[in-house]
Design a protein around this ligand. Structure first.
Ligand code: ADP
Length: 506
């Protein structure tokens, strides 16, 4: 019975005497190694051993076998010469006097398992390298796109502060706002990985819903008109004029939904409706609805909409373009705003996307956007200062210098960290505008060096940063900077920063 049982197990079993001569093999052994019983019985077990195993292993097997047993992986050889990996366990059979009389080997062909393991490792390496390539690509793209966008936004900002006809002002304003929206979208694509890792924060400031919506409509109307679609909106009377929240993200959700509405509609219209109801905890819930009369979405595809990189129909990518990220980001933003987003649709009739946000009403405060240019006050005569600009990018450099010139300042300019340190040492600057990323020495290090100087009057250092995260701003302050302004650099921000310096230096 035992012999029968041994014969039929799926592992390969072999029994040898103390001189390695084969006494018994089971059926699995014969199948796996490709021999007949006659070819093996009485012969040496060496026939299945491979000379290609590391010596330390082959030499350790026998002593270990006598010392309680050995198990591990080795190479074996089939009758046709093919080598293959096995997982092997060996043990000793002893007589009643504890004298060893035979050796047992149980082996399992692990060719398949090894191949799977190898494929898994290869797949993981390929995925990791693709992921690295993606990150590098995103980083490079971010830089490449940001730089010209900074110029578009910065220069239109300057243009807005010159004498323009109302029409011209409106056009430039639209360019300016479109540039900003593009920048936002770019940042969000870059931030997608941050969203995934839960490192995505929102601002909380009062903003006017109507102004935000007006800007959106202005931005998107040309697209709608081009397709012959009507784009309408309605804000119910109970919607508060000013709410607290992150206006950029709020607009981004709407841009995405309206943009999709326009994209996926050929005839008819896209309508927005804003309503409100009392929210939990004394706040207010603002509900935004975007309805279109477009191609619609099949019922069974609705739940896929909010998953990354999913598009209802792969062919839509070709027809309509898009990343498939818009709705994912939107969903996350809405959730961070304490709300939910849903979609309803009837194929060929149209879709309705609805989202809510939880917020507080805020008291009116004059909006800074779209206003007439501030009077050209000569700030330099009011607050004289020796100013240094440290910036390696030529366009940004020019931008800051033009802005400062307009305010009456005559700044010195350097384009790298080393020169910044030397300049700071030589002349006692009152204010230094400091770029963060420079090829030789970054702005943080330059700041630390300046802070270590003993024989100068300490300047007020203002970081010029494209990094939007609060943690990056903290880094600036920790390095010894006094203030920061974000890129794209805006005249108003430079103005405000100089004011803050003046307030602090009295
Ligand atoms: P993108 O539009 O960049 O592809 P989104 O996440 O915004 O990415 O949308 C994902 C997919 O959902 C779209 O590709 C489209 O198939 C579908 N979709 C979104 N909005 C609409 C809509 N209003 N009408 C029809 N299909 C839509």
């Amino acid at each position: 019975m035992l012999a029968h049982a041994l014969r039929s197990v799926s592992e390969c079993v072999v029994v040898t005497d103390m001189t390695d001569r084969i006494l018994f093999v089971n059926d699995a052994f014969l199948r796996t190694y490709g021999y007949t019983e006659d070819e093996l019985i009485g012969g040496s077990i060496d026939i299945v051993r491979s000379p290609n195993n590391p010596r330390e292993i082959t030499e350790s097997i026998r002593p270990a076998t006598f010392d309680g047993g050995w198990s591990g992986e080795v190479l074996n050889r089939r009758q046709n010469g093919e080598e293959f990996p096995v997982s092997l366990s060996t043990s000793v059979v002893r007589d009643e006097n504890q004298r060893p009389i035979a050796l047992i080997g149980v082996a399992c062909d692990i060719t398949e398992r090894k191949r799977n393991e190898r494929e898994l490792v290869q797949a993981r390496e390929a995925a990791e390298s693709a992921d690295r390539a993606k990150s590098q690509f995103l980083a490079a793209m971010s830089h490449e796109i940001r730089t010209p966008m900074n110029a578009v936004i910065g220069m239109t900002d300057l243009l807005l502060h010159t004498a323009l006809t109302p029409d011209q002002r409106d056009y430039v304003h639209t360019i300016h706002k479109s540039g900003e929206s593009l920048m936002t979208i770019l940042n969000d694509i870059l931030d997608f990985s941050k969203i995934e890792s839960g490192m995505f924060g929102l601002e909380n400031r009062p903003f006017e819903i109507r102004t935000a919506v007006d800007e959106l409509i202005k931005l998107l109307l040309p697209k709608a008109i081009e397709k012959g679609l009507a784009l309408r909106y309605q804000i119910d009377a109970d919607v508060p004029a000013i709410i607290e929240g992150d206006v950029t993200r709020f607009k981004q959700v709407l841009i995405n939904l309206i943009g999709n509405g326009i994209k996926f509609t050929e005839i008819g219209n896209v309508t927005l409706r804003f309503s409100a109801r009392p929210g939990a905890g004394g706040g207010v819930e603002v509900i935004c609805e975007v309805r279109d009369t477009g191609i619609g979405i099949p019922r069974n595809k609705l739940d896929k909409l909010f998953k990354p990189f999913s598009q209802v129909d792969a062919s839509t990518t070709r027809r309509f373009g898009g990343t498939g990220l818009g709705l994912v980001i939107s969903k996350r933003i809405v959730e961070l705003m304490g709300g939910t987003i849903t979609a309803e649709s009837i194929p060929d009739r149209g879709s309705t996307f609805r989202f809510s946000i939880h917020t507080k009403t805020a008291t009116p405060k004059p909006a800074a956007t779209n206003q007439a240019p501030a009077p050209e006050t000569n700030l330099a005569s009011q607050y004289p200062a020796k100013v240094l600009v440290v910036e390696d990018n030529q366009v940004n450099q020019r931008l800051v210098v033009i802005i400062l010139n307009q305010m009456g300042y005559e700044p010195d300019v350097v384009d790298n960290g080393t020169h910044a340190v030397i300049a700071a040492q030589r002349r006692n600057y009152d204010i230094i505008f400091m770029d963060l990323h420079m090829p030789d020495m970054d702005g943080l290090e330059v700041t630390e060096r300046i802070r270590d100087m003993t024989d100068i009057r300490m300047p007020w250092i203002i970081a010029l940063t494209a990094d939007v995260l609060a943690s990056d701003r903290e880094k600036c302050l920790n390095a010894g900077m006094n203030d920061y302004i974000g890129k794209p650099i805006r005249r108003d921000e430079v103005y405000a920063a100089i004011h803050r310096w003046a307030q602090n230096s009295v």
